[in-house]
Structure formats: structure tokens, C-alpha cells
Design a protein. Sequence first.
Length: 318
Amino acid sequence: MTPENARYWYPLSYTDAEAEIARCEAEALLSDLQFVGPIAVSSVLREPSRTAHFSARLLPLARAPNCTDLLEAVRVLGLSAERFKIEIRHLHCPKSTAYHPLASALGAAIKGQADLTTPATRFWALETEDGWWFGQVQAAASKPWQRFAPHRHTFSSALPPRLALACVAMACPEGGTFLDPCCGCGTLVSQAAGAGLTAVGADINPRMVWLTRKNLVEMNLRALVCRADARNVSGCFSGMATNLPYGKYLSRPPGLYQAIAANLVRQTKRAVFVSAEECTTLWEEAGFKVARVARVTAGAVTRYVHVCLSEANRPNAK
């Protein structure tokens, strides 16, 4: 029940189909990482609103095997806060207690005035299969991918907005300049611009360039979007992510993926490639190191998300 004061708790939000990509995002963003069920524990400070699956960043206060012991642990802490609110959340486990009685009891253990409408301080009590967690909310996010998702000018083959934001976060965990060299209707570029990155989009199809620009204007976002071939695009980028061209109605030139990867490995430190098949060997033959792969299924569509490092950004690179 001892608080882990030197580390942060990141409760992960995901459906069963998103579990693999949620863990992949956490692994890409957090070092010295420990998973305890649906909670990622790390000393690294991240902003949840720039991620797809971090619902909050909590300052650890107490852990306990059950709600009775948690309540006693909170009483022992002797916390005080003005205008506070207690929230109870159950993460991928059955509810073992009712919301309001536990919230009221925890609130009574804290000195100060509660404010359920406009709280200045928020505390979360989280129930998992591994027990209860109690922490102070430092930052929280509420479906940030929805704010910058193209709605009118899009296609069924475009990435789901939440997956797009995860790819952007994994490509540029420290911010900087982001590239999507096959931008399509701009799903990734929009999420990158919305997250505050310097976003660049390119596509060989002029109609896609037009659609991306139109989507950006409608969402009041700014990015550089131009017509270019991903096999020839050049620049220096902090990270890139792209949903590579695929589909049964698409005629893909032989060696397209290889040519794109061979070009991009010289332009970026990190790359996230989304494809319809597992392509680890292809990316590594081009010079990337594949750090992790996540399989994401939505309906009848299965995508493979490859998180890659270029030679210059590998842990042992000189």
C-alpha cells in the first residue's frame, strides 16, 4: 500500500480490439515501463491529451487489495484539498462496489470542501484485477482524437482517428516535425497538426492533396501539404507515419514499399508504417530497426502497425 512517489500512473483506455496497440503506444512513449494490468507505470512525464490511449496521468498516493483497505490507506495519508472531486473507475474488471458510497467515504477522509461541478483537484480511485489504486489527477484526456478527425472528406480505407493519433504519438514522442508521405485525405496530418506538431503531408495524387488541404481548413488547422512521390520526398523529420497504399482494388507497382522505405530511412529518426501485412523483414532490409509491431483488427480489416527506428536513433547507435 506504499505510494510509488517516484513514478506516474497512466491508466490505459482501450477496447479488447485495441489492447495490443494501446500497449504498443505505451511502450513507445514510456521508458522504465511496468504494466500492472491496464495501468502503465513509469517515471517519464507525458501529456495524455497528445496520446490515444492514456486517459490520465496520476500522482500515486495509495494502493490496496480491496476498497476497505484503500479507504483506510487514504485516511492515514491525512490529505487536504479545496474544491476536490473523487471519481471511481473500474478498468477491465467487474465492479466490486457501488460508486456513490465509496466516493462519499473517500471524500470524508479528505479535509476540505468537495466540488463536483468545477473541482480544482481531482482524485481517481481505480479498480483493476490487481486491486485498487488511488491517485491525484495531474492531467487527463477525453477522446482527443475526435477533435481533429476528418468527417466529410474521407474514405473507408482511411485510418480510424484513434489509431491515427497513436501512430503520430509513437512517431514523434518528443514533438518536432512530422511527415506523412502518403497522406491520402489527411487523417494523420490532421492529428499531428492538432497535437501541436509541425505537420507535413505529401501525396502523389493531386486529388488527395486537395482533400487534405480542405480538411485542414475546415478544422482550422495548419500544415504544409504538397504533391510529391514518397519514393523521392526529402527533408529532415523528427518522425513520420503513413498508412501505406493497399487494398484489392489498388494496383501497387512492384517494389513500391521497398523504394519508399529506402528513401525515408535517410529522412527521419522514427517511422510508423501501417500496412495490410506484416512487413518486418522489408523494413529491416531497407535499414530500419523494427522496435515493435501491433496487430489491429476493425471489422473485416486487419492492419499491422510497425514502429521503426532509423540507424541514427537506435539505442546503441554511435
